[in-house]
Design a protein around this ligand. Sequence first.
Ligand SMILES: [Zn+2]
Length: 182
Amino acid sequence: MTYVKKWTSVEAYLKDMPPAGGRQISGVVIHHTWSPDHATWRGDRSAAGIMRYWLQRSKELGYRNPLGAHYIVAPDGAVYQCFPHAQVLNANSNGHANRTTISLEIVGNLDVGNDTLKNPQKHGVLGLTGVLLCRYGLTEAHVSFHRDFTDTKSCPGTGIKKDVFVAYARTALAWARSLMGR
Ligand SMILES: [Zn+2]
C-alpha cells in the first residue's frame, strides 16, 4: 500500500480537499521525519517507502491503529496524504492526542545544525496547518508539537521554535480563511 494521494502544492490541495468527516478533531500535531532528511528524500518513492515502513512496523508491533501521520509535506512543498482524516494513528505518544488530532509530518531532520524549514516547504507546512485549522473551526492555539506529549523526542526538531511556529500558524489561518471564505 502506498500513500493515498499527492498534491503538488497546498494551493492544489485547497482546490481538491479530501473528506473531513468521521472523527471529532481538536488539534493539529506537527512532526518531522528525521529520516529521510532533505538530502536523502526521493519524492514519491520516499513517500511510498515511509508508508510501507509505518505499516510494516505497526504489524510487527501488533498495533491496532497504525504508526504514522495523516500528511507528509515534502521539501518542494508537495502534500502527501497517507491516511484519511477518520483514521486514528499511533502518532503522538499520547492516546488522547492520537484520537482527537490530525498529524502533519515535515520531511527533514529539523534538529539544530541539520535541515531548516524554508520555502517552498515552509509555505506548504504552514498553509496546510492553516487550512486544517480553518476546516475544523480551530485556531493557532490548537497547534501542538509531538514533543509537547513526550520527554523522549525533540520532534519536530530543536530548530523549530513553538512560539515562532504558532505565530506563523496564526497568519496561515487568516490566509486560509480568506481563500476558503470562512
Ligand atoms: Zn513526531
